[in-house]
Design a protein around this ligand. Structure first.
Ligand code: SF4
Ligand code: SF4
Length: 86
């Protein structure tokens, strides 16, 4: 399943997508993120998966912007489970 966190505004689509079939909740992306955007949660199926923290979901364009194209979260993920819409 694909879980999207983010929003669309006049400047574009700003979504972080977690593929919950690929994500095993290892937490490597959480450790790699310099802004504390991510956390491992239990999903509705009692599986550990990564999620964007509630407080960052409406500002993802700004909080993730400085990472540019070489995002530590993406680079650190062994499953390629976290992707971005921009
Ligand atoms: S893009 Fe950067 S700030 Fe955003 S979740 Fe990934 S590592 Fe964290
Ligand atoms: S590094 Fe990848 S597999 Fe591990 S918690 Fe993050 S998104 Fe999931």
């Amino acid at each position: 399943m694909l879980t999207n966190y983010g929003y669309r505004d006049g400047s574009g689509d700003w979504f972080v997508t977690v593929d919950t079939d690929k994500c095993d909740g290892c937490g490597k992306c959480v450790e790699a993120c310099p802004e504390g955007v991510l956390q491992v949660i239990m999903d509705d199926y009692d599986d550990e998966v990564v999620a964007v923290k509630e407080e960052h979901r409406k500002s993802i364009k700004y909080v993730c912007g400085p990472c540019g194209a070489n995002r530590p979260c993406e680079v650190s993920c062994p499953q390629a489970a976290i992707t971005f819409s921009w």
